[in-house]
Design a protein around this ligand. Sequence first.
Ligand SMILES: Cc1cc2nc3c(=O)[nH]c(=O)nc-3n(C[C@H](O)[C@H](O)[C@H](O)COP(=O)(O)OP(=O)(O)OC[C@H]3O[C@@H](n4cnc5c(N)ncnc54)[C@H](O)[C@@H]3O)c2cc1C
Length: 358
Amino acid sequence: MTSTRFDIIVIGAGISGLTSALALRESGASVALLDRGPPGTEASWAGGGILCPLYAWRYPTPVLAMAAEGMRRYPALIDSLDSRIDPERIVSGMRILDPVGPGETRDGITTTLAQAGIQHEWQPGDDQPALWLPEVANVRNPRLLEALVDTVRARGIELFAHRAGQEVLARSGRVEGVRTPASDLAAERVVVAAGAWSKTLVPGMREDSLFPVRGQMLRLEPRAQNGLDHILMDEGVYLIPRVDGSVVIGSTVEHAGFDKTVDDTAQARLHAAACRLWPSLAGARITHRWAGLRPGSVDELPVLGEHPAIEGLWVNTGGFRNGLAMAPATADLLAGMMTGKPTTLDPAPYRVERLLDT
Ligand SMILES: Cc1cc2nc3c(=O)[nH]c(=O)nc-3n(C[C@H](O)[C@H](O)[C@H](O)COP(=O)(O)OP(=O)(O)OC[C@H]3O[C@@H](n4cnc5c(N)ncnc54)[C@H](O)[C@@H]3O)c2cc1C
């Protein structure tokens, strides 16, 4: 163990770890943040940056509540950044052409969205009415992550890049620190925010509890004639307009283990669907293709809370398809629980216990 001792070590510098570290630092704690690679280059980098769940009413209530709270908190998060990098959050709105799925009704969707405080209106559509969500924003997530890294450094959080947390060290049911290849680091408390890789760092997690879910994306070159100024969604495919005129297209949902391969068939399907949805995209050059691994959980809920058998071991993962949208809310809830401050949301649905071996 090194002689340096931190109040808190956060493992994983994606959106969950970066926002958690910042929220915890506010209480005056000394915080270290470890990433086994460059910070902010996994799921949080790969995501679309839509700050609202897709077909939001289909998620369990605790996911929608967390995402809606995250959406409300984003402007303050962006304002608080200590960086010259602009994350390019734009309130573009989102239009969904096929909102009413099997077994759903317009009234049911209206009620759920109203309860979550998500503004919406119905518009005439082709096969069915379209749903317009005027307040939905999107953010250029790779830029947001860079700005968060700058902010973490500016706030005195010790960032260890290329330093894997190999194991959480605990004795007699109490956290002592983190084992890393270079040395063991001592800490009072540890937060596991290692995205899809979190399971092995949390003792006792059930085999089926947490897993990676691959998503493939592509991006089209900026062109004036792209002409898309809002997020457009149909049959699970979405188009996101960026500030520079480029358009991001997503996404697949694949259970393929820890494999980030991009495959031509899936990419061609996404591209063709996008050109059908917004014909002026035809002819735009594909500039990037990529895949990322979402941190999935077996009940689709985030995993947030203290380990029941290891005092001082906390978890913040399971963002699945909404980890970017939820991040300011999950970080705030985690920090509230860890510092004993009152929290806006009830933490009960997210607790770690539900995913542990009994
Ligand atoms: C294609 C795609 C599209 C998406 N679109 C959206 C969207 O539009 N809106 C939205 O809200 N969400 C979206 N998501 C989901 C969102 O990106 C994720 O839920 C979120 O980024 C998860 O963040 P995270 O910090 O938990 O994980 P990650 O970003 O994966 O970060 C985990 C970090 O932990 C590090 N790590 C892992 N193991 C260790 C270790 N042992 N030691 C140290 N560090 C370690 C990794 O290197 C990584 O940096 C999308 C995801 C994908 C893949």
